[in-house]
Design a protein around this ligand. Structure first.
Ligand code: CDT
Length: 361
């Protein structure tokens, strides 16, 4: 057994947010809450804080919003000339300034209103990674698996899920990225001897991360895409309905089932791709529905290291050692040795279910 302390340790956190009421919560109040969590993280020497999906506002896809003016309140501008313009707006800038001051990296979700080079505007459900050492955003992910529906459910009293109405599916795929400035002594490109086996550098460079947003965590495809890029840490924020009256089950029963599926997906994704993961909830009862909590940090064996205990603003932290990804990556999930992609064509060629032909009587 190697007893030398690992050089690949990080202190990471999920910043769970309690409910954000649509009509009564000013944006400045949400920002204050987020800044408070960031300051708490600083007292615990945290290197990276993950905030939830659509962190700055109520979970607006549970509303039917017909007015463009009202809808636009939930989006921040970006464009082909300034892909990260949102961090300069008063709605987000104070959080960035605090991250710079405290030297803490952050990842957060927001509604992105993107204007392309031809002036075409598209809305996405987006997360970014902001590096405090670089003082810039170094990665953007747009949610791919949008749940819910385009047309509102017209039955009275139902909880709406209208993400397909308000967003387009993400168009970046699952692109892993390396994060600078977190690990001292990480191997850099110029130190790598090109004559040696490229795999010799695996697990020695700057940390490899990937982002997912809420519903994405339920889909093995995204996790495996990151796994195939050697991901060591997956970051995910979510707003997951705890109870919807149109579905079977009493309030508590539905909530427990939603938490079970959340944990099942995140623990399986981490284990099967031998990576850590951080999951940050927006939790509690918002105007139009209730959301589960269960923010967590998970290890590469699929065990939950720490989980939130409230449905309020709450910071959970853990020291994680990225060396621990090696065991799974070098053994059970050594993809190079054990994957059989010649048998996986159905995974990319087929979308829906095609059952085998019916049997003869
Ligand atoms: N925000 C979001 O993606 N919510 C979805 C609801 C899907 S219902 C199972 C989620 O996956 O939590």
């Amino acid at each position: 057994m190697n007893s030398t302390p690992s050089k690949r340790q990080l202190v990471v956190a999920a910043a769970q947010l309690g409910p954000i009421q649509s009509l009564t919560t000013p944006r400045s109040e949400v920002l204050d809450r987020m800044v408070r969590l960031l300051r708490e993280a600083a007292t615990k020497n945290v290197n990276l804080v993950v905030f939830p999906e659509l962190a700055f506002t109520t979970f607006f896809p549970s509303y039917i919003i017909d007015s463009e003016e009202e809808l636009s309140r939930f989006f921040e501008p970006t464009s082909s000339t300034d892909p990260y313009a949102m961090i300069t707006t008063p709605n987000i800038r104070p959080l960035i300034e605090e991250a710079n001051k405290l030297k803490i990296d952050i990842s957060f979700g927001f509604g992105e209103r993107w204007t392309d080079g031809d002036g075409v505007v598209t809305d996405y459900n987006t997360a970014v990674y902001y590096s405090a050492s670089k003082q810039e955003c170094i990665a953007k992910y747009r949610k791919i698996h949008l749940p819910g529906r385009y047309e509102p459910d017209t039955r009275p009293g139902v909880t709406q899920q209208l993400e397909k109405r308000y967003f387009k599916p993400g168009n970046f795929g699952f692109q892993a990225f390396r994060v600078p400035g977190l690990l001292h002594g990480a191997l850099k490109a110029d130190q790598n001897n090109s004559a040696s086996d490229p795999k010799d550098s695996n697990g020695r460079g700057d940390p490899i991360m990937g982002m997912l947003i809420c519903n994405d965590r339920r889909w093995a495809e995204g996790w495996r895409s990151y796994g195939l890029q050697g991901v060591e840490l997956v970051l995910e924020g979510y707003n997951t309905t705890a109870f919807a009256p149109q579905y079977d089950g009493a309030n508590e029963e539905q909530e427990q089932e939603a938490l079970f599926h959340h944990r099942l997906s995140c623990q399986a994704g981490s284990y099967q791709n031998a990576c850590f993961s951080i999951h940050a909830a927006k939790a509690g009862t918002e105007d139009h529905g209730s959301l589960i909590a269960g923010s967590s940090i998970i290890d590469p064996n699929g065990h939950i290291i720490i989980e939130s205990t409230t449905k309020e603003d709450e910071l959970i932290c853990a020291t994680i050692d990225l060396e621990k990804c090696k065991k799974g990556k070098d053994r059970v999930f050594d993809f190079e040795k054990h994957r059989r992609p010649e048998h996986y064509s159905r995974l990319v060629e087929q979308v829906g279910v095609q059952e085998p032909p019916l049997l003869s009587p």
